[in-house]
Design a protein around this ligand. Structure first.
Ligand code: L34
Length: 293
């Protein structure tokens, strides 16, 4: 079987058009959603994601407040900025791009963000609400994956899902979302990680594979069941002298070979990445609506 491509860029563009119309409706009621973006240091990948997030805000009419701090920023300075943004009524969402430089305490920063402005869904209050199935901001990457599945007609009810990776940003939340008793859940989920004994044996059973290990070549064609749906969350920069930038992006999946066996597959770039940004816009608009009801 040759896979159909799940075009994340196209699905993201369609959702952003819907969100733009929603922002216009809010503006007619004098509500302007606002997102504060915080980047500490100058990691090139983080810089490009943050810039893309700000540009996406502009495109759909969300006010964006850019906060770029030097790598030497202290914990106290960062905590003071978060406190200021918590108190600013123009700001409905606060995004602190991860990872932070090593000398900073990530957990303490995430805990300091007002849960009502935590549009990344990383505050323990929102994580806990998600786990027990209460309404909460859902983390953007897994939320984007759910949207890709829904909008591609993939049913999760009763499906065997194998998640490869157990990060707080992707693996843990997507596994939780997919086991919820809900129309976008009801899956049987296995989470694999670096200590899993026989990765291939698990992945071979999957109707849906979610590769979020952060390592190229993690999922190879021999591991994938004929007709499986493959979602590639990896965004790995590998050196490539033929590119102007000196690198190219690859996912965690051996795309060419796996595409021969899968029924549906996401590309990298142009798969999950654009949806992550789109769900951040979605959550910011939701937050603005909640602030005004
Ligand atoms: N706080 N930190 C916080 N929230 C997040 O949701 C993120 N994440 C991850 C890293 N740290 C974070 C992102 O924003 C990963 N991530 C992210 C966002 C966007 C893209 C990839 C990862 C993206 O747009 N990817 C494009 C290619 C971009 C490029 O050319 O470099 C794509 O098509 O996949």
């Amino acid at each position: 079987m040759a896979a159909r491509i799940i075009d994340g860029k196209a699905i993201a563009a369609q959702m952003r058009a819907e969100l733009k119309a929603e922002v216009e409706r809010l503006k007619a009621k004098a509500i302007v959603p606002g997102l504060a973006v915080v980047l500490v240091g100058d990691d090139p990948a983080s810089k490009s994601y943050v810039t893309a997030k700000e540009r996406a805000c502009e495109e759909i009419g969300i006010y964006s407040d850019d906060n770029r701090l030097p790598a030497e920023t202290t914990q106290e300075e960062l905590m003071a900025l978060v406190a200021k943004l918590n108190a600013d009524p123009r700001i409905n969402g606060i995004l602190v791009q991860l990872p932070l430089p090593k000398h900073l305490d990530e957990g303490a920063v995430l805990l300091a963000i007002d849960p009502a402005k935590d549009v990344d869904g990383f505050h323990p209050v929102n994580v806990g609400k998600m786990v027990v199935g209460e309404e909460a901001f859902l983390p953007c990457t897994p939320h984007g994956i759910i949207q890709l599945l829904v909008r591609s007609g993939v049913k999760t009810d009763g499906a065997e899902v194998v998640v490869v990776g157990r990060s707080n940003i992707v693996g843990k939340p997507i596994a939780n979302m997919l086991i919820q008793k809900s129309p976008t859940g009801n899956a049987t989920v296995t989470v694999c990680h670096t200590r899993t004994r026989d990765l291939a044996a698990h992945v071979r059973r999957a109707d849906i594979v979610i590769a979020a290990a952060g390592r190229p070549g993690t999922v190879t064609a021999d591991m994938v069941k004929e007709g499986a749906v493959v979602i590639d969350v990896g965004v790995n920069r590998v050196e490539d002298a033929t590119k102007k930038s000196g690198y190219r992006l690859v996912g965690d999946v051996d795309f060419e070979a796996v595409a021969e066996k899968a029924s549906l597959i996401t590309p990298v770039p142009g798969g999950v990445g654009p949806m992550t940004i789109t769900m951040l816009l979605y959550n910011t608009i939701e937050s603005a609506k909640r602030a005004h009801t």
